[in-house]
Ligand binder design. Structure first.
Ligand SMILES: [Zn+2]
Length: 490
């Protein structure tokens, strides 16, 4: 008995030692993916640039689902023409569907594939009930307390105006790119992009242009992004999730009076189907862009986080549990399920025979609209309920995952390292959608990143109340685009 116990103890100790050894070995192999580079000269940004940015916010280019505020968009185009005179003289430019705009800065070497930066000129409206909560008027373009305040300062006028400022500054230096640079500014991103981005992309396809890489708005430089990591993280979106809305329809023969209900009612059947979807979510997976994120940030973390991220083979389950605790991180590791509309029944004492429910899914790369639809059918497993994708134009498969070893990612990483040297740079998955989905196929690699540093608590300002961007952030953004063009177009 004693012998057996000793043997057991020895085996246990041995296993433990092996495990520790493996953890240690993996941790050692977990080397930094950050590149070190000498700092670059800081591009001076004139106050005039900040004033121009503020002035652009005063033009309320709100996009609406079924009409275009042509007056506001005309005003913005006139504003751009008169404020970037040199740029409009030097670059080719044209409008698409009247209110979107494309710029082309021809490079010296036509053998090099051009690059394309995307932004959008439209903004979301301001909810009337929140107006009183704004510390500065949403379309006032006020500069106060070190910030430019107003709708569009974080989404997405800073990118459009910042790109123009960067090019204007490079022109003033007498810089001429080797590689062509294109800018494409849509006017209806917030309502789907059908007349802006989609039309521009169609035109590029007709012209047979293939880009070296495409950069669109997207993830940000996030402070306190992860526990055990003091530095802000420059998150470069290498993919975005797909989108699918399904309609669940149930029709039964028997309705009847509520005084004598049958054992199963239409509302009851639909409820249990929805309950299933809620309680049996799509599986959580740490792979693709999210696994890459951890490979990039892990080595920069303090212990014990570093060991944890280096040993996902062992601690993956633990990490999944941690990520599942918050909706924002849970969304990065699974296809999410969100029942958004339910309807059925008209009268308090009659049982309905028809009930419908609408459920919205955001699809993780690796799954598709087809596999999610099938998954839902299998899970509900009730022939009385039909599951059909809606006609929504927003429905789409997840984007392809862009490479982290190609030129595009490398040049973004290099530029971020030079302009934001205090940050850790990492690829990541974007949970929301951007205009860039319309450009699929025009470049092998599409990245989603807005060079702006924010805290978690600033995120609700985007599309929300008190949207604002610090002047320092705006200066950094202009520097980033100027340096990105220099680095990409040598
Ligand atoms: Zn946007």
């Amino acid at each position: 008995m004693k012998k057996l116990r000793r043997l057991l103890l020895r085996t246990l100790l041995f296993t433990f030692a092996i495990l520790l050894g493996l953890i240690g070995l993996q941790s050692l192999r977990f080397s930094s993916r950050q590149i070190s580079l000498p700092a670059v000269e800081v591009l001076p940004v004139a106050d005039r640039a900040v004033q121009r940015f503020a002035a652009s916010v005063r033009i309320p280019t709100i996009s609406h689902p079924d009409w275009v505020d042509s007056l506001a968009f005309e005003q913005l185009h006139a504003f751009l023409d008169s404020n970037f005179v040199d740029l409009h003289r030097e670059l080719e430019h044209y409008r698409v569907n009247a209110f979107s705009r494309v710029y082309h800065w021809p490079g010296k070497n036509s053998q090099l594939r051009p690059i394309l930066f995307l932004a959008h000129l439209d903004v979301v409206p301001v909810e009337e009930s929140t107006r009183a909560e704004w510390q500065q008027p949403p379309f006032g373009g006020v500069e106060a307390e070190g910030f430019v305040w107003g709708r569009g300062t974080m989404d997405d006028k800073m990118n459009a105006l910042g790109m123009l400022e960067a090019i204007q500054a490079l022109l003033a230096e007498g810089y001429h790119p080797e590689r062509s640079v294109y800018l494409a500014f849509g006017h209806d991103e917030e309502v789907g992009g059908a007349f802006g981005a989609q039309a521009i992309a169609r035109r590029f396809r007709q012209q047979g242009i293939e880009f070296e890489y495409i950069l669109d708005e997207g993830l940000l430089i996030l402070e306190e992004a992860l526990p055990g990591l003091a530095a802000p993280v420059t998150l470069i979106g290498t993919a975005e999730k797909g989108y699918l809305t399904l309609e669940l329809q149930l029709a039964i023969e028997e309705g009847g009076h509520s005084s004598m209900p049958p054992t199963e009612t239409a509302i009851g059947i639909m409820s249990s189907a929805l309950h299933r979807l809620d309680t049996e979510p799509f599986p959580a997976r740490i792979d693709g862009p999210t696994a890459e994120l951890f490979r990039y940030v892990g080595p920069e973390m303090d212990q014990p986080y570093q060991a944890l991220f280096a040993n996902l083979w062992l601690f993956g389950g633990l990490l999944k549990k941690q990520l599942a605790a918050k909706p924002s991180t849970y969304a990065t590791i699974r296809t999410t399920t969100a029942p958004t509309i339910i309807s059925g029944g008209m009268t308090e004492n009659l049982l309905p025979t028809r009930v419908t429910a609408t459920v919205n899914f955001r699809i993780l790369p690796g799954e598709s609209m087809t596999s999610v639809t099938q998954g839902v059918r299998d899970l509900i497993a009730d022939p009385r309920i039909t599951v059909t994708p809606t006609e929504s134009l927003a429905n789409r498969d997840p984007s392809p995952v862009s490479s982290t070893s190609d030129f595009g990612f490398w040049v973004l990483q290099k530029t971020a390292r030079e302009v934001f040297p205090h940050t850790v740079i990492a690829p990541a998955l974007m949970v929301g959608g951007t205009d860039s989905r319309h450009y699929t196929g025009l470049a092998e690699n599409v990245y989603r990143f807005s060079p702006v540093q924010v805290q978690h608590r600033d995120l609700p300002r985007i599309h929300g109340t008190n949207e604002r961007l610090s002047v320092e952030n705006y200066r950094g953004l202009i520097r980033f685009y100027a340096q990105l063009i220099r680095n990409s177009c040598k």
